[in-house]
Design a protein around this ligand. Sequence first.
Ligand code: DP6
Length: 399
Amino acid sequence: AMAADRALAMATCTAPVNIAVIKYWGKRDTDLILPINSSLSVTLHQDQLKTTTTAAASRDFTEDRLWLNGAEADVGHPRVQACLREVRRLARKRRGGSGDSATCSLLSYKVHVASENNFPTAAGLASSAAGYACLVSALARLYGVEEELSEVARRGSGSACRSMWGGFVQWQRGERPDGTDSLAHQVAPETHWPELRVLVLVVSGEKKPVTSTAGMQTSVETSPLLKHRAQVVVPERLAQMIQHIQERDFEGFGQLAMRDSNQFHATCLDTFPPIFYLNDLSRHIIALAHRYNAHHGHTKVAYTFDAGPNAVIFALADTVDEFVEVVRRSFPPATNGDQFVRGLPVGSATLPQELVAAVVTEPVPGAVQYILHTKPGPGPQLVDDPSQHLLGADGLPRR
Ligand code: DP6
């Protein structure tokens, strides 16, 4: 518990990005963020992709304030406020609404929050999931809340509830109108499938033309395919996906991940007016993955795309070196040849002539900015080292 009698209480956490393999798209309640279907994701390792958030409370603060990547942001944002309100509610409930005067006074203080990503926001990697998971984790630490928090993170961004756990995570849609059963839980820990690797192919720094929040609402209102997907397809696929993960069946896992990504983008096309998240380059990568798998005669790589053109590729460790070389040959780096591959180390590979002839068709120089090599990782972490706080003793951002 925090020493609230001191002038300043502070807590810092980190939280991961997640990538869905059974996609969430569509809400049945836009305020509570309740989805029309359950979803399943892989939590990515924080060594490569993470958000760090410091939350502080002090009787000296005169207003709530928020800084994102160094710039002051709107703390009044309804979703930020929902997370703040819900964590505080849990803190009050925990103290039985009385007794602990330290927490009571802490709860009456204004908060300062600073949050930072260790990856460029411009890279278009889903940062809101890690951002809200981290906000909720840091606030919970600040107030000494230890309850299950995916329900609170969900109020920030639907996909954020899945970033509250490591490894393989299911967000159960739930049935209740109040959302108390719309929670994330771990299907398998990050250690379950040690050979699984993830390659993020960053193709564009552009912002998405239609946000997920707006896009999925239009889809709910206009797409009959989305309705069918939520009612019929996803329930079947979820059970299958969980089994593939439990059995570490890459063939099954990869096939289903690709099909589900494609169906999600099909519902976007079925939305009226239609939404396009994939671009020519995304489609080029999809075709490349299929040529590569066809050449090998089985599923060696699997792609998935969210609400943007970046590709996320799943592969087993023994495939990474060769596939990265295939990507390098297909999209020769423009300038930063030395920084083309980032994250976990990638070895060199010599491609057999038949592979090049069959798979590398028309190279597009400079089309892939860089590749980030990572793997499944753990859920939110507490940062113990006080020198890592993003806020200084004055309660203002350090950098
Ligand atoms: C395509 O969680 O960003 O990435 O709940 O409105 O904040 P809101 O949407 P968000 O949507 C994510 C959609 C997706 C698929 C997924 O992550 O499951």
